[in-house]
Design a protein around this ligand. Sequence first.
Ligand SMILES: [Zn+2]
Length: 252
Amino acid sequence: MVATSELVNYCNDLLDVGQFTDFAPNGLQVEGTATVRRIVSGVTASQALVDAAIELEADAILVHHGYFWKGEDPRVVGMKMRRLKSLLCADINLIGYHLPLDAHPELGNNAQLGAELGWDVSQIAGQGGAAGLMFTAQLPQAVTGRELALHIEDCLGRRPTHVGEDEDEIETVAWCTGGAQGFIQQALDLGVDAYLSGEISEPTTHIARESGIHYYAAGHHATERYGAAALGRHLAERFDLEHHFIDVDNPA
Ligand SMILES: [Zn+2]
């Protein structure tokens, strides 16, 4: 068992939250019980995840996508009211880490996705809003565009959208989990053969085709399933807690 304040302070230090300008508050977002012995981790603090945490009698929920996003309607009505009511009535702490959990070089979404795909990180790069979020690797061996798509599908259990020639050879990749299709220009600047992110937009296709970089959209949820789980496992070990990762399926 650990005091909630100690747990949150530990995470804030570990993930270096002060370094980030983010779109949502990082750390404790909704205060619950003063001590934690059981954590549920997940990608997004949806009602389904909150309900699963209540069912498990968890003391804290740890997520990548929490609440109170910049620009959202601040009123506590509808979906937001129901989620908050569920949390507050059950006295469950909601702890969220957005960009700090993408960027952490070991427990973060990008590092964990690379590990899942069997890629050794050769560089952590990026500029502007992508600083520290763009990871690159030299593939263990050159593969074709089609083979890389199949490898991603095998590892993530979800077929990626691939823009590029099936028979082209790929030796170097860059990736950024989540949306991140807008960072394709940074990937081009790095000179890699392929770029992988979660989501594709209409212009992404044209940029990829006209600049010759392969692009893979592997799913926002699918690429961000690993950071919160890794942090949860780490905390369980560090503070002797019970931890359950709950994957609420999401086709996006
Ligand atoms: Zn995300």
